[in-house]
Every structure is written in C-alpha cells, then in structure tokens.
Design a protein around this ligand. Structure first.
Ligand SMILES: Cc1ncc(COP(=O)(O)O)c(C=O)c1O
Length: 322
C-alpha cells in the first residue's frame, strides 16, 4: 500500500485524502460543533455499526440537532472507504464525523447554512495491536474535575480538547490513559475509554448518571458478563476503589477490553475475570461478524488477526486511541 493514495469519504464522495477539504467556516472547526464515532472493522466488517449510529442519533437529539442518519448510506460509505483503502483483509479503525456544516462565525448553531458535513475515514491497525494491548495500560487520575451536568457529558462531540489535554497529561507522566473524576470527586471514565473494576469477584462500572459516555463496548460488557456467570453492576466509584479492587480494565470500540495493570502507581494483575471477559468479547466479535476462526484461548491469543501493516507509511499507522 506504500505510495498508494488513501481515500476519504467526504459528503458521500470518495476522494483522495489530499482533496478531502472542509470549509474554514465549518462549525466543526469554528466551535467544535459536531459529533464523531470510532468503530473497529475486523477484516473489512465494522463491528456494532448500528449501535454506534444509534448513539450518534441520540447524541444529536440531546444537543437539539435533527440529524438524518440513514444506516444503509453510512454502511455503504464505510464499506467503500475500507475497500478503497484495501482494508478488507486486515483490521482497521473507522472514524465517522458529522458537523452542522458551514455558517458565519457567530457561535449560533442555527446559523448553519449548508447541509451537514460528513466525513468517513479509515486506517489500518498495526499487526501487533492486540498483542500490545494484552500487556495492559497504566492510568492516572486527572486532577481537574469534569462536570457531569455539562450538556456535552455523555456525548461524543467534537469538543474533545479536555480529553486530548488529559491524555497528553497522562502520557507525559508515563501512563497510557487518564481517568476523569466528576464534580463530586467520583470516577467517571477514561479520556477514550470506560472504566470497570473487579471487587470481590464482581464487576463494577460507574452509572451513566455520573457523566460518562455510554460506550458501545461498555454496553457489550454489561451484556456479556451475566452470560459468562460474572456478576456486574453499575455503581458509583471513587478513587479509593482503585486502591482496593482486585482487577480493573478499560473498554472502547477499538481496543475492546484492555487490562489496567497500573493505576496511580499501584500494580494490578491481569486477573481471571478480566481475562474471561476479554476472551468472551473476542468470541462475540468473531460470532457476530461470522468469523469462523477459533476464538482466543488466552489473553495473548487474539484470534481473528491477520494483516501485517508494518510496511505502511507511519502516518497511516494508527495508535491505540479511541
Ligand atoms: C470519553 C470516552 N469514553 C468512553 C469511550 C468508549 O466508547 P466506545 O466503547 O463506544 O468506543 C470512548 C471512546 O472513544 C470515549 O472517548
């Protein structure tokens, strides 16, 4: 693929990346108005695209934005972009972005004059992506609280500056992820992930009312756990819970389940519950996508894996973000 152009879908048209240009008056770039979704495609097949589009639609409604999203159309765009970029045999990260389009810079959503701007892009995941994740992430608690009452809490909006800053803060301190606390000091989520801890063999994740994104993967884990005989509940968590829990893990659509192996300097094991749920999630992916390759039998065995993307130019290799 090296040397070959990459393609992006811009407003329904497949264009070379260099031609995927949006107006400087677009409300997405003027004010961060807009929404996005990140979906993982396994061998060219997006996982849980319907759930991502449902969240996109719901988020738009919450922001008072009427957004017509035809699943069939978006699905076709995704397929087209994966095919054009030769991403049908390997795994890829697909990003959908939608903004209200262009308008005068008056910070008034209703000023949007044009049709919405839609962008669909995709990039391969590195060949060793899952193996690296199996080693786990380290996390730190971000010291600045984020209000659970904010209109954008729980919405995957383009206003991700706080998340980007928090993640950068964590990375500059040798961690992979930052965990947010809300205005009453309770844990909510990571900058690109949802949080789960295991305590007395039970899995606990903060409820949505704490101010967090209703993760597609989070919902999947809430479904999988009882099926696997693992007790799970939505309950508020506080920073001390991270000092007393037996295991912890994070989720997002690209990484699936990633064990937390260090939090606030405390080392955590990749425990049995995390391993069990991680394997079950992977099995679910294989099952739902009709992949007949054997599901993973251990945390190291990721199954369903294929393409070597190490030959790709660095700018096309995507990192493990959400
Ligand atoms: C802030 C935040 N929380 C949670 C998640 C996980 O959501 P999902 O499982 O839908 O990827 C993400 C994903 O990027 C996120 O950005």
């Amino acid at each position: 693929m090296s040397g070959e152009p990459t393609y992006v879908i811009l407003n329904g048209q497949l264009v070379p990346r260099e031609q995927a240009v949006v107006s400087v008056f677009d409300y997405g770039s003027l004010y961060g108005c807009g929404l996005f979704e990140t979906v993982r495609a396994y061998r060219g097949r997006p996982f849980r695209l319907s759930a991502h589009l449902r969240r996109l639609r719901r988020s738009a409604e919450e922001l008072g934005w009427s957004l017509a999203v035809e699943e069939e159309t978006v699905s076709r765009w995704v397929e087209e972009v994966l095919t054009a970029n030769r991403l049908t045999t390997g795994d890829a990260r697909v990003r959908l972005t939608v903004t209200p389009g262009a308008g005068p810079p008056l910070a008034d959503w209703s000023c949007g004059e044009g049709p919405p701007t839609w962008v669909v892009m995709a990039a391969p995941l590195p060949a060793d992506f899952d193996e690296r994740l199996a080693r786990g992430w380290r996390a730190l608690i971000y010291p600045r609280a984020r209000g659970q009452q904010a209109a954008t809490a729980g919405v995957k909006s383009l206003s991700y500056l706080e998340n980007v800053l928090a993640r950068q803060w964590a990375r500059s301190r040798g961690a992979d992820e930052a965990l947010f606390i809300n205005s009453v000091g309770r844990l909510t989520e990571g900058t690109v992930s949802n949080l789960f801890v295991v305590r007395d063999g039970r899995v606990v994740t903060p409820p949505l009312s704490e101010g967090l994104l209703p993760g597609v993967t989070r919902a999947e884990v809430l479904e999988i756990a009882p099926r696997e005989g693992v007790a799970i509940e939505e309950r508020p968590l506080t920073p001390p819970d991270l000092q007393t829990c037996e295991e912890a893990f994070l989720t997002n659509a690209v990484v699936g389940l990633v064990p937390l192996v260090q939090v606030e300097g405390r080392t955590l094991p990749v425990g049995e519950v995390t391993q069990k749920l991680r394997a079950a999630y992977r099995e679910d992916v294989c099952g739902q996508l009709g992949n007949h390759h054997p599901p993973p039998t251990s945390i190291q065995d990721t199954g369903c894996r294929i393409q070597d993307t190490t030959a790709l130019p660095p700018r096309y290799r995507m990192q493990d973000t959400g």
